[in-house]
Write a protein that binds this ligand. Structure first.
Ligand code: GLC
Length: 438
């Protein structure tokens, strides 16, 4: 029964898709570019839509959507919540597209998926003039939403890695906020030696489970040691002394116990919980953690006890991977004009400001970072702005799914002691070269 239903839906979707193609060519809208669907012509239809998004760890999204729904009773947005793990979210969105299903209208896409989804024609190209706020967004975030210079999505949240630290304990030990990995380790040892309540705490953790977050943490370690995963021309270059120094910083962390063994299973949420429960002195995570760690409902033991600083690096401040989420419109969706309006609503300065206040997620609206009142209220805004402006994008390739899987394998094998770091990087170089340069 279920099979038949989805089969019918697929046939209908195929029918709609092919009549749109016919329509586009009849209107002369098809420019001959295989990635064009006739520009804005296809973005038609008002009515209810869905919004497919990874698990809402902020807990704030329903409020944003409710604000839209109360103003648009005939064009309501229904949230389709996907798993927490970025890899699983991608898989479900890919499956939806491969089935040509209309179940997902607007896709909350990780910034690293644009090339793959655009090249496969799973998302609509978006005419820039339909999105008036676009010129006011941080340019690097807009770049993540483009494929071959064409816009396919609108960046709604950005993300930059931050170093969360236990300000109370550093102050008690009279220790400065560290700027380098060595300083961070020294600070940790000093706090453990001088502050009795810090005994038994671990020094540091990021995200080291085998998923997208590991690609992020591995890339940050390499970039923060002066290396690259891919160079400026898009060529892999991980078999270098700099990359080795970065990876060894993490493997050393595990072998010395500075990073707790359990961190090999940490995604964002496991790390956040460990930090909030007072198990970690330093923690690498995204800005959304700030609002949750400051919650006064009893869920956090560190309310007003922590600070936020730029990530540390080998010989100075570190380099974040550029994270964030862009909203795209599924090629197979209905009511695409409503989808455009909903995206504009969420991209607006007013909504991004509300989202910043409610969820501490990073806005893409540039001016919000320079607002003095907001900076006073949210002390992480200055380090966050620096993190995002200095961030390195992950490889922008159509085969991103394969590229990130190769990175995750190599990094995980090195961190879990299965492969020596040097060997892991040599193997990864070979694999990335065959994936990226073919
Ligand atoms: C955050 C970032 C995203 C990244 C993911 C990794 O959601 O915004 O870009 O890929 O974390 O777990």
């Amino acid at each position: 029964m279920r099979f038949e239903r989805s089969h019918t839906r697929r046939a209908v979707a195929l029918g709609v898709a092919s009549s749109l193609v016919l329509l586009a060519s009849a209107c002369g809208g098809d420019s001959g570019d295989k990635n064009s669907s006739g520009g804005g012509g296809a973005l038609e239809g008002h009515g209810p839509i869905t919004f497919a998004t990874g698990k809402d760890t902020s807990g704030f999204l329903p409020k944003q959507v409710a604000a839209w729904n109360s103003q648009h009773p005939d064009e309501k947005v229904e949230i389709k919540e996907l798993p927490e793990n970025a890899n699983d979210q991608r898989q479900q969105m890919v499956q939806n597209a491969q089935n040509q299903s209309d179940a997902f209208s607007v896709l909350n896409m990780d910034v690293v998926w644009t090339s793959e989804f655009a090249a496969n024609q799973w998302i609509e190209p978006l005419p820039e003039d339909k999105f008036p706020d676009l010129p006011k967004l941080i340019p690097a975030t807009v770049e993540t939403a483009k494929y071959r210079d064409k816009l396919y999505a609108v960046p709604i949240t950005s993300d930059g890695g931050l170093l969360y630290y236990r300000k109370d304990l550093l102050d008690q030990a009279g220790v400065q906020v560290p700027k380098t990995w060595d300083e961070m380790l020294a600070a940790c040892l000093a706090v453990q030696a001088k502050v009795p309540s810090a005994k038994g705490m671990s020094c540091y953790a990021g995200q080291f489970e085998k998923y997208e977050g590991l690609t992020v943490n591995f890339s940050e370690a390499i970039n923060s040691a002066g290396g690259v995963v891919v160079d400026k021309d898009g060529k892999p270059n991980v078999d270098t002394p700099e990359a080795l120094a970065g990876l060894e910083e993490l493997t050393k962390g595990f072998s010395t116990g500075a990073i707790p063994k359990a961190a090999i299973t940490y995604k964002e949420e496991e790390g956040r919980r460990a930090f909030q429960e007072g198990k970690l002195l330093f923690h690498r995570n995204w800005p959304y953690v700030y609002a949750l760690a400051q919650k006064t409902d009893g869920s956090s033991k560190i309310v007003n006890k922590f600070g936020v600083a730029p990530l540390p690096g080998k010989s100075g401040p570190g380099v974040s991977s550029l994270g964030g989420h862009d909203y795209a419109i599924s090629k197979f969706a209905k009511n695409k004009a409503t989808a455009v309006d909903f995206i504009n609503f969420m991209a607006s300065e007013a909504r991004q400001k509300v989202n910043l206040s409610g969820s501490s997620q990073a806005p893409t609206y540039a001016s919000l970072y320079d607002d003095p009142a907001l900076n006073k209220q949210f002390p992480y805004l200055a380090p966050l702005k620096a993190s995002i402006l200095g961030a390195q994008p992950r490889p922008r390739v159509v085969k991103y799914g394969d590229v990130t899987a190769a990175i995750q394998d190599a990094a995980y094998n090195a961190l879990s002691g299965k492969t020596q770091p040097k060997q892991a990087l040599t193997d990864l170089q070979t694999k990335l070269t065959s994936l990226i340069t073919q």
